[in-house]
Design a protein around this ligand. Structure first.
Ligand code: SF4
Length: 349
């Protein structure tokens, strides 16, 4: 056999379920009587990542960092201004209304506040059952009712609740209803937008475990938008950290927690509660507030708060530098460097 005809020993990496490239969303800001445009909020700026099948990607950062807008732009609940979102071989931002509607059944969202996303005038049976009939998953009302009863049971609610209204449930129960509605059409991909943030700690753990069980059972992939690092530690396979609309660090979970590298990530992790005293990090207090996303600083957007900033940071936007397999850091200090810089030690020294 000709050497060139021999089968390649190099494995071709599997195509991810979701590939996001250069996702951008800016919001115009209007003021005054004549609603004159006075600026632009750069909520999401050139964000790229991939999500593997049956994987969970956590998107973390402080409020206002753009993580919620990014999650919604993926599903076109807000229209992106630029970028590609490849899903099932289609680039979502380019789809027409019919194709988008058909594709949407494969991707769903679970909101932080389930109450505001559940129609108060509809019963739980109607809320979960109607999309089943609309998409032809069930042919008759009776079939849809059986389906919804089984679904309620699967998410830990009693099937007899089918004729109750949203206000008759607790916060945790409503979130279970939100989950049942999200998985009813058997999606492949679900955005969980701060899905457990409003729940009590004990209920939060139950709902997280339910989400993980459902992931195994139905082969779901999650983009988990959250500010809560204990949730990230519990559920994520991969993590991206956002600051002022941009990704500053991206890594597999273990690498992110063992070797956080970007100064912002180190500060964020140092503020997270750690039950094991041996693993507690020295607290890093950043000075100043997060600048307005309407007027983000030039160069590295973190330079106004970064204790390690130097002249170049005010001018040049840092490119992502690889520090280990799948772990990238957008910081000039990692040009040609892979070892994390210990920000806490630098500050103390
Ligand atoms: Fe800090 Fe400069 Fe790195 Fe930005 S690029 S994180 S300002 S050192």
């Amino acid at each position: 056999m000709h050497p060139e005809a021999a089968p390649s020993a190099v494995a071709v990496p599997a195509e991810p379920l979701l590939r996001v490239e250069g996702l951008t969303k800016h919001f115009p800001v209007f003021r005054g009587f004549f609603r004159r445009r006075v600026g632009t909020v750069r909520a999401v700026d050139d964000v790229s990542f991939t999500l593997g099948r049956k994987q969970t990607l956590a998107v973390v950062g402080e409020s206002g960092c753009g993580k919620t807008t990014a999650g919604r732009a993926l599903l076109r609940l807000v229209e992106p201004d630029a970028g590609h979102v490849w899903f099932r071989g289609k680039n979502l931002p380019t789809l027409g209304a019919d194709e988008l509607r058909e594709t949407r059944r494969h991707m769903q969202i679970i909101f932080q506040d389930p109450y505001s996303s559940l129609n108060p005038r509809h019963t739980i049976g109607q809320i979960i059952g109607r999309p089943l009939l609309l998409h032809g998953v069930c042919k008759t009302d009776a079939e849809a009712e059986d389906f919804v009863r089984a679904l309620l049971e699967r998410v830990g609610l009693q099937p007899k609740y089918i004729s109750r209204y949203p206000h008759e449930f607790s916060g945790g129960q409503r979130q279970r209803i939100g989950i049942a509605r999200a998985i009813a059409l058997r999606p492949e991909f679900v955005v969980c937008d701060e899905a457990v943030s409003a729940l009590d700690v004990s209920v939060r753990a139950q709902v997280l475990n339910l989400l993980m069980d459902l992931q195994d059972e139905f082969g779901l992939s999650y983009v988990f938008v959250t500010h809560d690092l204990s949730v990230v530690r519990h559920i994520a396979d991969d993590v991206v950290v956002m600051y002022l609309g941009q990704i500053v660090e991206k890594a597999p979970r273990a690498s992110m927690f063992a070797r956080p590298s970007h100064p912002y990530t180190q500060a964020l992790l140092s503020a997270a509660p750690e039950p094991d005293p041996a693993k507690r990090r020295k607290r890093i207090i950043l000075s100043g507030d997060v600048p307005s996303p309407m007027n983000p600083p030039p160069g590295c957007r973190f330079h106004t708060r970064c204790p390690l900033a130097f002249d170049r940071c005010k001018i040049d936007t840092p490119a992502p530098h690889a520090v280990s397999d799948g772990h990238t850091v957008a910081c000039h200090l990692y040009e040609g460097r892979t070892e994390p810089i210990d920000l806490a030690a630098r500050i103390a020294g």
